[in-house]
Design a protein. Sequence first.
Length: 94
Amino acid sequence: MRGPVLLGLVAVSLAALALGLTAGLRVMRLDEGAVIADRAARYVAETGGRAGDCIGVPGQGRVWIRVICDGDARRVYGVSRWGGDVAVPEPGGI
């Protein structure tokens, strides 16, 4: 009885290790250019503006990059190191 339980525990541990490595490699490949391009595309979809209206600048604290889009409808996107959205406390911040 103990053998199958141990084997199951090892299998679950290996699966968790594989998922962790996969997630880690995904984050490692996240670069500034990809983040800026993604948020610029989001800006275009939301406002109909131009992707060229957007620039990326370093963030502070939890915000890794701030993508500032200065078109007719100003937007500021805060992005974490994991690629998620972070609230930006400024006008137009999302």
